[in-house]
Every structure is written in structure tokens, then in C-alpha cells.
Design a protein around this ligand. Structure first.
Ligand code: DC
Length: 232
């Protein structure tokens, strides 16, 4: 199979990761979750006393980067992030880590620190990589770029259901306001803000279910690259 790179960008809750993971499986390529890298930096920052509301996040996080070593491993197709030798597993999925990740991701030095890890994965493998700046900064020459979005309500609803299914007693309104705040922060930052690449294919999946979203994107990938599903 020829080597391909697929970039999936978009706001939180649009289903980027679950959809990308399934597409990776069906096409036999690697799924790279770049949000996990920012979450790992956010996790380290929280463990080392950074306050997410600190006006000087940039000054505080930059010197911390010297103490961070991040490796990515794949076990049975699943991505594992190793921070200073420790596999963090689901620790980076704790709800407050989202805000730490978002705060750290607005710092140019953090983005520069994580750049090569992401580019290297795409140099060495066929990838579907999701994030906020994949089509614009990390893989500007990606074969396929999708900007995946959905209405705020649809996204908040999906995230809410996901959290409730995991046993959380979170309120819908909280989920919605956190999502709106994070979109605002991710889209309005100076460095690598969330925005569609000029050549991205815009896909609003508010009215699509999971399977329809997966099939839609696979169709775009197949049309553009000739790569087809190996399993279903
Ligand atoms: O995709 P996620 O929710 O796991 O990402 C967590 C945060 O990391 C998100 O709020 C913005 C940031 N991020 C980023 O700035 N660039 C990326 N490529 C991926 C994530």
C-alpha cells in the first residue's frame, strides 16, 4: 500500500478521535491522537503545581519542558503515551486535564517541543492524525485534510452521553460551557489556532451517526488516494 497522510482537525466533541480510530483500523494505518501529547504536557504541569488560570502560563511551562520526555508507543494499534518512562493510560483523560492541555497548547514553546514527534510519526508510517493544526501546521502536505465539526449542541450532547456512560454525574450545562470555552481558547490563540486549512474538506456531521461519518470520510480518502478498506 502506498504511504498516505490524513489530517483531521476540528473542535472538541465532533468525534475526531473515535471516528479516526475506526478509519485507521479499516484502512490498516496508524491513528495518531495529538491531543494526547498536549494532555501529557498539561498533566505534567498540573503535577508540578501550575495553575490553569495563571496569567503567566507561558513563563511557567517553558522551563518545565526540560523535565519532560514523551514517547509514543503502539500496542495492538492503540496509542500509549509514555511520560518520563511512565505509561499514563487514562490519567490524561481526567476532565480537568482538558483545560490544562488547552492552556499549555497556547504556548508556542510547547507546540515547538511537540512538533517533531508528530512529524516523525507521519514520515515513518501511513497515518490518520487528529488535532487542531494538523492540516495547517503539522502536515501541510497531507493527502487528505478534513475539518470535522458539528453544532455546539450536538457536540456537547455526545460528550455528555460519553461521560454519563463512564459513570460521571456531570451536568449537561457544564459540559456545554466547558466545550464552548475551550473552542474559544483554541480558536483565538495566536499560535496555530484551530481553523480549517485552505484546502480542507469541511464536514459538519451534526446529522450523521458514527457509521455514516466513518463511511463519508473513507469515501473522501479513497477518492483522493485510491486507498481502500482492508477490513470492516
Ligand atoms: O483533542 P483533545 O481534546 O484531546 O485536545 C486537548 C487540547 O489540546 C485541546 O483543547 C487543544 C490542544 N490541542 C492542540 O492545540 N493542537 C492539537 N493538534 C491537538 C490538541
Amino acid at each position: 500500500m502506498k504511504k498516505i497522510a490524513v489530517a483531521i482537525d476540528g473542535p472538541g466533541g465532533a468525534g475526531k478521535s473515535t471516528i479516526s480510530k475506526e478509519i485507521a483500523k479499516r484502512l490498516g494505518i496508524i491513528y495518531v491522537d495529538t491531543g494526547a501529547l498536549y494532555r501529557t504536557v498539561g498533566y505534567y504541569a498540573r503535577e508540578h503545581g501550575l495553575s490553569v488560570n495563571d496569567a503567566k502560563v507561558s513563563d511557567k511551562i517553558t522551563p518545565m519542558l526540560d523535565g519532560i520526555n514523551i514517547e509514543i508507543k503502539y500496542v495492538d494499534g492503540a496509542q500509549h503515551v509514555i511520560l518520563n518512562g511512565e505509561d499514563l493510560g487514562d490519567k490524561i483523560r481526567q476532565p480537568d486535564i482538558s483545560m490544562y492541555a488547552s492552556a499549555c497548547s497556547s504556548v508556542g514553546n510547547v507546540r515547538a517541543f511537540l512538533l517533531e514527534t508528530q512529524k516523525k510519526l507521519a514520515r515513518e508510517n501511513s497515518v490518520i492524525m487528529d488535532g487542531r493544526d494538523i492540516g495547517t501546521v503539522i502536515l501541510p502536505d497531507a493527502d487528505v485534510k478534513i475539518f470535522l465539526t458539528a453544532s455546539e449542541q450536538a457536540r456537547a450532547n455526545r460528550r455528555y452521553k460519553e461521560l454519563v456512560a463512564k459513570g460521571s454525574d456531570v451536568k449537561y450545562e457544564e459540559v456545554l460551557s466547558e466545550l464552548v470555552e475551550r473552542d474559544r481558547a483554541d480558536s483565538s490563540r495566536d499560535v496555530a489556532p484551530l481553523k480549517p486549512a485552505d484546502d480542507a474538506h469541511l464536514f459538519d456531521n451534526s446529522d450523521y451517526d458514527f457509521e455514516q461519518s466513518v463511511e463519508y470520510i473513507i469515501k473522501v480518502i479513497t477518492e483522493k488516494t485510491g486507498v481502500t478498506e482492508i477490513e470492516k
